[in-house]
Write a new protein. Structure first.
Length: 164
């Protein structure tokens, strides 16, 4: 009886989870939405907000395995981030460096820090004051995608620029 009850509860929870509308987390290049009248971007997102940054600029860049150098695609995203940050000069950010699950905890913390510092260096070179940019490494502790495949690892080798 208890097993049947738990099965019914699990099924209800599963169905409830399936009915939720997923929220966009933005991609490496944003979605290309343009600013509308009244200072808001399309989709009723407030200009200068975290959501504006994620949707219209892109909050993350990705890295090759065991690398911390900035790829041309990542640089494009960082250029968009720098333009946005110069437009909203009161905003501060934290660049979070992340790694995939391979390697030791200590090694991945150091690699994540190198990745975050590399992004900070590019943003500063593009005109964003470095005192507006903090960095932190989470190493392999905060995977975006759980799994042990190249697809999962590629999504976890990232920096995420978070509006403070």
């Amino acid at each position: 009886m208890n097993l049947r009850f738990l099965t019914v509860i699990a099924a209800v929870l599963l169905l409830a989870a399936c009915t939720e509308t997923p929220q966009s987390t933005g991609g490496a290049g944003g979605n290309g939405a343009v600013m509308g009248q009244g200072g808001t971007s399309s989709g009723n997102v407030a200009a200068g907000s975290r959501e504006d940054f994620i949707q219209n600029v892109g909050d993350r860049i990705f890295f090759a395995f065991d690398r911390s150098d900035i790829s041309p695609e990542a640089r494009e995203t960082l250029e968009k981030q720098a333009d946005w940050l110069k437009r909203y000069s009161n905003v501060t950010v934290t660049v979070e460096g992340n790694c995939d699950e391979r390697g030791t905890r200590e090694y991945n913390l150091a690699l994540g820090q190198r990745r975050a510092e590399a992004a900070k260096k590019v943003l500063a070179a593009l005109g964003v004051s470095s005192n507006r940019i903090q960095t932190i490494s989470y190493g392999k502790e905060r995977p975006a995608v759980v799994g042990s495949s190249e697809e999962a690892w590629a999504q976890n080798r990232r920096d995420v620029t978070v509006i403070n």
